[in-house]
Design a protein around this ligand. Structure first.
Ligand code: AHR
Length: 506
């Protein structure tokens, strides 16, 4: 495959929105328990936080972490997770058929987020609960003191407010599987009134309304339109969720899934802006892509699938602990490209989830923690994408796919940090059998040296399904990209088949 890419210093899209490198911790499976939190583990600190996992979270570079769900939040009472741990109730969590001990709750998460150096994105329950519980939670979390809720927080050990800025108004309430599922009208009004009441407690918060659970939902489009027709003035963002997987060995289509992500994002922007125009609004609603990833939702019948887990009630069972391979990592790279390329409107994005549950980090109870293949594109982009997002003009040879027709064989995203003249370029070669020969014309950009060039590709002796596992934790990782050179403002790169690369130029 071949590609000619043009970057131009005058064609930038937006400041890199650092919140697009977000992640997600749900009370689901082993994300919290034996994931980020495991008292008694040899690497746990005095609070029970696994420091081996914390180190990996820091290396991943997640900027903001959504909590506590997910489907879980639609049946959750936040009050169950505060106060003396030995007095917290054990509850049945219907969403994941799990016994929730509540040993970990809001205070623990805020403490953990501090230790991990991430911003908290807190979701309120609009499934079984409503306006009053949501405003109480904002008062508990953000009011300095002198009221019942804020003084309860102080009594529970947190003298300073948590100062949580970013709030989700529920989760996936368009989905019939959701506890407290609603019509768009019901949800639109509830979101509007909840947002209003929460903001009356703390006017500085930012609010995300629930959008569609995926692009295939029968209500996609009309849901966003109706919800925002009610709540446009009261909210700041609308959410999107999407999960992708390889179907029936059709790797070519799978490698092209970012085409679907692009179209989904552009469809939501169009819908949101139609409401803006019709309502004569001047403010803009931006997008919070607050769940996305590769997730093998069909075709697996392993012990950790929800239909198997729901046969007994247990604490933190293994749930959807997908093991990711080389192909998955390349696809995740292209999802991050798509999010970055839409950085003018996608201001928040959360890879779902952070540890064990469809996650870049895996851990074993009492055992090690390691990086999955998909850890790498996220970690490198979170670290290198700085300054402004550059428009990428790509003229590439095509790969033909069953699901998406002809797609570019090379996918790209780029940023430019004017302050230090640094350019970061991210490239994926979708071709399964040929190298990708890429030239990049750096118009008006003064870079002349390669600062770093790394590639994730099929390792020697492996294939496109090679994965990192407990016994082979580093089977797939980044290695030095040798075939790269720069001369007279033109960068030349050769990418191996099915690979993802990150290149920094000075
Ligand atoms: O991330 C796993 C689940 O996927 C979340 O709980 C839910 O919001 C989505 O359907």
């Amino acid at each position: 495959s071949t590609a000619r890419i043009t970057l131009d210093r005058d064609f930038t899209i937006a400041e890199v929105p650092h919140r697009i490198f977000g992640s997600f911790v749900e009370h689901m499976g082993r994300c919290v328990y034996t994931g980020i939190y495991e008292p008694g583990h040899p690497a746990a600190d005095e609070r029970g936080f696994r420091t081996d996992v914390l180190d990996l979270v820091k290396e991943l570079g997640a900027s903001v972490v959504r909590y506590p769900g997910g489907n879980f939040v639609s049946g959750y009472n936040w009050e169950d997770g505060v106060g003396p741990v030995d007095q917290r109730p054990r509850r049945l969590d219907g969403a994941w058929h799990t016994v929730e001990t509540n040993a970990f709750g809001l205070h623990e998460f805020v403490e953990w987020a501090k230790a991990a150096d991430v911003e908290v994105m807190e979701a309120v329950n609009l499934g079984t609960r409503g306006v009053d519980e949501a405003r109480a939670l904002v008062e508990y979390a953000n009011h300095p003191g002198g009221t019942a809720w804020s003084d309860l927080r102080r009594k529970n050990g947190a003298a300073d407010p948590f100062d949580i800025k970013l709030w989700c108004l529920g989760n996936e309430l368009d989905g019939p599987w959701q506890i407290g599922h609603k019509t768009a009208h019901e949800y639109g009004r509830l979101a509007q009134e909840t947002a209003k009441a929460m903001r009356l407690v703390d006017p500085s918060i930012e609010l995300v309304a629930v959008g569609s659970s995926n692009r295939q939902m029968p209500t996609f489009g009309t849901w966003e339109h109706t919800v925002l027709t009610h709540a446009y003035d009261e909210v700041d963002y609308i959410s999107m969720h999407a999960y992708y997987q390889e179907h029936d060995g059709d790797a070519a289509s799978f490698l092209a899934e970012a085409t679907d992500m692009d179209a989904f994002i552009e469809g939501v922007i169009a819908t949101v802006d139609a409401v803006k125009a019709a309502g004569k609004h001047s403010k803009e609603i931006n997008l919070s892509f607050d769940e996305w990833n590769v997730w093998y939702q069909s075709g697996l019948d392993t012990e950790d699938q929800p239909h198997n887990v729901s046969q007994t009630w247990r604490e933190h069972p293994r749930l959807i602990e997908d093991t990711y391979n080389v192909t998955d990592a390349v696809v995740v790279g292209t999802f991050l490209h798509s999010l970055l390329r839409h950085g003018d409107r996608v201001k928040i994005a959360n890879q779902a989830q952070l540890v064990n549950v469809i996650a870049p980090i895996r851990s074993e109870q009492g055992g090690p923690a390691w990086r999955q293949t998909i850890f790498w594109p996220f970690a490198l982009m979170a670290r290198m994408a700085k300054g402004r997002v550059l428009r990428v003009a790509v003229d590439a040879s095509k790969e033909s796919t069953k699901r998406y027709g002809d797609v570019d064989s090379v996918d790209a995203a780029a940023t430019w940090d004017e302050a230090n003249g640094r350019i970061a370029l991210f490239l994926a070669n979708r071709s399964m059998d040929s190298d990708g020969d890429v030239t990049v014309d750096l118009r008006g950009l003064s870079a002349s040296a390669i600062r770093s060039a790394e590639v994730l590709a099929i390792p020697e002796g492996g294939d496109r399904l090679t994965a990192n596992t407990e016994v082979a934790q580093d089977a797939v990782g980044m290695r030095k990209l040798e075939s790269v050179g720069i001369e007279d403002g033109v960068l030349r790169v050769t990418l191996p088949p099915i690979s993802w690369a990150a290149i920094e130029l000075d």
